[in-house]
Write a protein that binds this ligand. Structure first.
Ligand code: C5P
Length: 202
C-alpha cells in the first residue's frame, strides 16, 4: 500500500474527523487531521505572531495540543486559511505525509482537490448545518467549554461561508469524490460505508 492515500474533505463537524480516525485504524494507515495545521497557525496569530511566519515555522509538536479545539481558534484558523501564502507554506508537509509507506488518511477541506488530487479514494462528508452545530455543541460542552447552541450554529455558518467562499482552495468536492451525507446516519454506518469504498479500491 505504498503511497495509498485516502482524502476525506467536508465542512466542520460533518463527521469527517471521526470517519478518518476509524478508517485509519481499520486499515493501519497513518492519519493527519489537516485542520490542526490551520488551528496551530491560528493559535499563534492569537498570540501576536504574523500568520505567514507562523505557518513557515510550524513543527509537528505544534499539532499535539488539545487546546487547539476551541471555538476562538477555529474561527482564527478559518481566517488564516484564506491566505494563499499560509496555505502554500503547509503543502509540502501534507504531501510528504500522504506519500508515506503503509498508506495515509488526510482529512480537511482541500485534500482531494489541491493537496492530493491523485488520491486513490476521495470522500466528501456532508451533513445539515443544524445537525453539525448540535454535534459540535455537545462536543464542546462535554469538554467543559462554555458556549450556547446559537453561538455554535453561528460559528458553523461563518466558517462554512469563509471556507467555501475563499478564492484559494475553497471547500468543494473533487469531481471524483464520493459523497457521504451523515445527517441521518449512525457513525458506525458512515464508517462502514467509508471502509467498503476503500476496500473496493485497494
Ligand atoms: O477541520 P477543522 O475544523 O479543524 O479546520 C479548522 C479550519 O481550518 C477550517 O475552518 C478551515 O478554514 C481550515 N482548513 C482548511 N483546509 C484544510 C483543513 C482546514 O482551510 N485542509
Amino acid at each position: 500500500t505504498r503511497g495509498f492515500t485516502v482524502a476525506i474533505d467536508g465542512p466542520a463537524a460533518s463527521g469527517k474527523g471521526t470517519i478518518s480516525k476509524a478508517v485509519a485504524e481499520h486499515f493501519g494507515f497513518a492519519h493527519l487531521d489537516t485542520g490542526l495545521l490551520y488551528r496551530a497557525v491560528g493559535a499563534k496569530v492569537l498570540l501576536g505572531i504574523e500568520p505567514v511566519a507562523a505557518a513557515r515555522a510550524l513543527v509537528p509538536e505544534d499539532l499535539d495540543s488539545d487546546a487547539l479545539r476551541t471555538p476562538e481558534i477555529a474561527q482564527e484558523a478559518s481566517k488564516v486559511a484564506a491566505l494563499p501564502e499560509v496555505r502554500a507554506a503547509l503543502v509540502d508537509f501534507q504531501r510528504s505525509f500522504a506519500a508515506r509507506a503503509g498508506g495515509a488518511v488526510l482529512d480537511g477541506r482541500d485534500i482531494g482537490t489541491v493537496i492530493c488530487p491523485a488520491a486513490q479514494v476521495k470522500l466528501f462528508v456532508i451533513a445539515d448545518a443544524v445537525v453539525r452545530a448540535r454535534r459540535r455543541f455537545a462536543e464542546l460542552t462535554e469538554k467543559g467549554i462554555q458556549t450556547t447552541f446559537e453561538d455554535v450554529l453561528a460559528d458553523v455558518h461563518a466558517r462554512d461561508e469563509r471556507d467555501m467562499g475563499r478564492v484559494d482552495a475553497p471547500l468543494r468536492a473533487a469531481d471524483d469524490a464520493v459523497e457521504i451525507d451523515t445527517t441521518e446516519m449512525k457513525i458506525a454506518d458512515a464508517v462502514a460505508a467509508a471502509v467498503a469504498l476503500i476496500e473496493a479500491k485497494r
